[in-house]
Write a protein that binds this ligand. Structure first.
Ligand code: TYD
Ligand code: MG
Length: 466
């Protein structure tokens, strides 16, 4: 087949994940899908670009750092962005439908110091105006361009659109990248080819016009932004807006950030007046806490530069006859819970057979760091033994398979935050303790010692205060 010969030597791109290859292959080695490689045509705008400037030395002015970030005036957003939005950069904001992406973006534009443009490809201008009214936003400062045409959006960004728009915007929101389409390219809006091509063109526009562009993207059921690898490589920054629909707390995290760290967590609360920054998440997370209930313990966690105290809760209940034991978790890492339960049984003799175990981080904040292990262990043991832990006790430490308590980072910040929230006994890994930690700090070496220090078992002989 003669056509096949040329097809095999052309540049190809995977329809599923966007990975590129110098020649055709049956399987995409990036996403492992079969028969998804197609010839990569220049017209879709995603062909590799030639960088004409040639090599430079690192101290050459041409290698000078990119522009500095401009603060957005939304503190929690600036925290995650490490200062703000960088002119000429493209940020992808992903999140489940209804989580509050459009609300956050409207608030961003309202707070922005400079001309702004909202490319509304999902909602009409009256709908956006309605939302702005509910958010009490001064609507004159924001230009809305309701279009699904990428060409028309780019004209507006570059100040070439017909109409009264006078200033060229310094920040642009495209809501959403899945609903804009380039009429010159095949494929449906929201398909990998369209999404990738549109994002690439917007990246080029951002660079050329030195405008900061934020693309709103819906996450698919498996948590990917418009398909794996599709956009993450194209943009400078990837933000995830998450939260439990039944809670008002929303978390903003970065998984990629070319201009700073990706460690910081931004916390917002969805209120009738829109998203409010939560400067003191610990206070909000502990607000509903009830005292004297077994299965609850305070855990100081660390997110970036900020320590946040959460309440870890557990409940154990006999498994109905004939059913297999349930392990259910919310806001905590299910695999770590399974490991902690196994260690509790084997190393601390807390029997959990024939019991359903539920564990959660109360308040809807997701905590995945291993420093939370010991909190899970103490909460589960407390629930199992029906022995409440004092609300003045805080616990942190990673649990090893041998039942040993391992070091955690940023211990000083955890201790300080626990003290601020009036904890008077802070149980930590003894290996991490230096001299002069304070009388309220108790170092433990094993899970058994931790349970005793927390008052869950009365095996006081195991307790060794430092
Ligand atoms: P929205 O920003 O439209 O979500 P997304 O763009 O991520 O799909 O907001 C979704 C929800 O937020 C909506 O169901 C109503 C709620 N909401 C509030 O609770 N308070 C508000 O001030 C606004 C504007 C929305
Ligand atoms: Mg929306």
């Amino acid at each position: 087949m003669p056509a096949m010969g040329s097809r095999r030597t052309e540049r190809h791109r995977c329809r599923e994940c966007g990975a590129e290859y110098p020649k055709w292959a049956g399987q995409c080695s990036a996403c492992r899908h079969w028969n998804t490689l197609e010839p990569a045509t220049e017209s879709d705008g995603t062909a590799l670009r030639d960088t004409a400037s040639g090599p430079v030395q690192l101290d050459d002015p041409r290698a000078a750092p990119a522009a500095r970030p401009q603060p957005t005036s939304l503190d929690e957003l600036d925290r995650v962005l490490d200062g703000g939005l960088v002119p000429g950069s493209v940020t992808l904001l992903g999140g489940a439908p209804g989580i509050g992406k459009s609300t956050l973006m409207l608030q961003l534009l309202a707070a922005w110091d400079g001309p702004t443009l909202y490319v509304a490809a999902e909602e009409s201008a009256p709908q956006i105006r309605d939302r702005a009214q509910r958010l009490d936003i001064d609507r004159t400062s924001i230009w809305v361009h309701a279009t699904t045409s990428l060409t028309s959006a780019i004209e507006a960004i570059e100040g070439r659109a017909a109409g009264r728009m006078t200033d060229r915007p310094s920040v642009v929101v495209v809501d959403s990248i899945q609903t804009v389409a380039d009429p010159h390219i095949g494929g449906v809006a929201g398909g990998v080819t369209q999404v990738r091509a549109c994002a690439q063109q917007l990246v080029d526009v951002a660079k050329a016009s030195n405008v900061a562009i934020v693309l709103v993207g819906h996450v698919t059921k498996d948590g990917n932004l418009a398909g794996p690898n599709t956009l993450e490589h194209v943009v400078d920054t990837v933000l995830h807006f998450e939260g439990d629909h039944h809670h008002s707390l929303r978390q903003l995290r970065a998984s990629k950030h070319r201009f700073g760290s990706t460690n910081e967590l931004g916390v917002f609360e969805m209120t009738p007046r829109g998203l409010e920054p939560v400067a003191d998440p610990s206070a909000v997370l502990l607000a509903d806490r009830r005292h004297g209930i077994p299965g609850s313990v305070i855990v100081p966690t660390v997110e970036g530069r900020r320590a946040i105290v959460v309440e870890v809760q557990a409940l154990t209940n006999p498994t109905p006859h004939g059913a297999s034991a349930r392990r259910s978790s919310q806001g905590l890492d299910g695999r770590r819970i399974a490991m902690v339960l196994a260690v509790l049984e084997r190393r601390a003799r807390v029997g959990l057979g024939d019991l359903d175990v539920y564990a959660s981080a109360a308040g809807g904040l997701a905590i995945t760091e291993p420093a939370c292990d010991l909190g899970i262990a103490v909460a589960v043991a407390s629930a199992r033994l029906d022995a409440p832990v004092s609300s003045r006790v805080a616990v942190c430490g990673e649990v090893g398979l041998g039942g040993e308590i391992r070091q955690v980072g940023a211990l000083e910040r955890r201790i300080a935050e626990a003290r601020r929230l009036e904890c008077t006994r802070i149980i930590v890994p003894s290996t991490a303790l230096g001299p002069g930690s304070g009388d309220d700090v108790v170092g433990v070496e094993t899970i058994g010692q931790a349970l005793a220090a927390a008052g869950v078992t009365d095996d006081v002989h195991a307790l060794r205060a430092v």
